[in-house]
Ligand binder design. Structure first.
Ligand code: HEM
Length: 393
């Protein structure tokens, strides 16, 4: 139970938290992985190296402390995190481990300020938040368990096809080894995929957006080979180390970014491999003969890196939907291809009543969102997905 006294104490520790910043969560993760090394099989250790996971967790804890009197503000974040957790198959038991290391982190980093009152208040506050997650995650697991084609935990899937979509992107078609139906996802959602890459000491779980419409039998993910900076350990393994016929473990589809039919125009905006959830939405809208205008806008480096080009052209031409791609490096003869960065000024977009779905690098999404807001689009109509640990635009 969270009492008024607890709330007062939690609020009094906000300056302490803010002073510590993501150092706090870096310390926490180091502590947790040294004492519970088995958790390295769950967490994305690459995100640990980039520091993005430490920042995402720190921001969540700070937001919790700041909004402890008005937790409704956190509803969207809770939904996003709970979905992410289920795609890692996080269980209620894990919360005690995380809670223990969080409390011990506070004690070790601020021994003077960490009085028994502070310990009790943060202990209760953590329990309270953990229960919110456990309850929501349980609901998601129950739905998966009770829906046709659903499952909880791992399920073995065979790669039945591997398709080159562009220079860096390959699609993988996954069919359950048991050949039973698979649960429908909502276009925009992702799949949690588990592999042990060659040379790795850990299991690695990654989320990849589903890139086709649901069909009840198979899933398609489309994976970009990450080559910039530290090469993507899982993406490179999927490209080079996984062949047709191989079997991998998969957690059920999840994610809070998905198409919602509001009987209104739709604008699908993507850059690079951010095209994958848009492709799923476009395929679904086309299949359902969506009755409102659809605009498909994409940006990529050049023709070599342009995934799903032919497919998008045929789907949009068929329905008379507007589509434009911007190539950063290349000029093209194709009338639907422009040169430079994505620019909405010459496009007649449904600014007042459309829904805008964005996915791509964070810089691209910030740039696109800013343009939309400047043109008068209401922020609540802009929906976006960040690949990897969440960041606000
Ligand atoms: C991801 C918060 C408990 C495992 C995240 C993210 C946040 C978060 C903010 C990033 C979400 C995103 O990118 O959209 C919390 C909070 C917890 C909690 C506030 C406790 C109240 C746990 C527990 C586990 C866990 C108990 C399991 C041991 C993970 C994993 C990820 C994650 C594996 C993805 C990490 C990655 O990409 O490396 N969590 N979490 N979390 N959380 Fe939690």
């Amino acid at each position: 139970m969270l009492t008024d006294a607890h709330i007062t104490i939690i609020k009094s520790t906000i300056p302490l938290l803010e002073n510590a910043g993501p150092e706090l969560t870096s310390y926490f993760y180091k502590r947790m992985f040294s004492q519970n090394p088995e958790l390295q099989d769950i967490f994305n250790m690459s995100n640990q190296h980039t520091g993005r996971q430490q920042v995402a967790l720190f921001e969540a804890i700070a937001a919790y402390a700041k909004n402890i009197e008005n937790l409704l503000v956190l509803t969207t974040a809770v939904e996003r995190i709970a979905n992410k957790h289920t795609s890692f198959n996080i269980q209620a038991d894990h919360y005690a481990i995380v809670g223990h290391h969080l409390i011990e982190t506070l004690r070790e980093l601020a021994p003077e300020a960490f009085t028994s009152e502070v310990e009790e208040a943060w202990g209760s506050a953590y329990q309270f938040l953990a229960q919110i997650f456990i309850k929501r995650e349980d609901e998601i697991y129950q739905t998966n368990a009770n829906t046709t084609g659903g499952w909880t935990g791992k399920r073995a899937f065979k790669i039945i096809d591997k398709i080159i979509e562009s220079k860096l992107v390959k699609s993988f078609i996954l069919e359950p080894v048991d050949k039973q139906p698979v649960i429908d996802f909502t276009p925009g959602q992702y799949l949690g995929v588990e592999v042990i890459p060659t040379g790795s000491d850990y299991k690695e779980i990654r989320q990849y957006s589903l890139s086709d419409k649901p069909n009840g039998k198979t899933y398609r993910i489309s994976v970009k080979r990450e080559t910039i900076g530290v090469p993507g350990i899982v993406s490179n393994f999927l490209h080079d180390g996984i062949a047709i016929g191989d079997v991998i473990n998969v957690n059920a589809p999840a994610g809070d970014f998905f198409f919602v039919d509001r009987a209104a125009p739709v604008v699908l905006l993507s850059a690079g491999v951010g095209i994958t959830p848009m492709q799923s939405m476009l395929e679904t809208l086309a299949q359902n003969n969506y009755q409102f205008p659809v605009h498909y806008l994409h940006a990529c480096e050049n023709e070599e890196q342009h995934s799903f080009n032919q497919r998008v052209q045929s789907l949009t031409a068929d329905k008379n939907w507007q589509q434009t791609t911007w190539y950063r490096d290349e000029i093209s003869e194709n009338k639907n291809i422009e040169h430079g960065v994505m620019d909405f000024s010459s496009k007649s977009l449904p600014l007042s009543d459309g829904d805008f779905y964005l996915c791509g690098p964070i810089g691209f999404m910030q740039f696109a969102k800013q343009q939309l807001l400047t043109l008068g689009v209401c922020e609540t109509r802009v929906h976006y997905e960040v690949f990897g640990p969440h960041a606000s635009l």
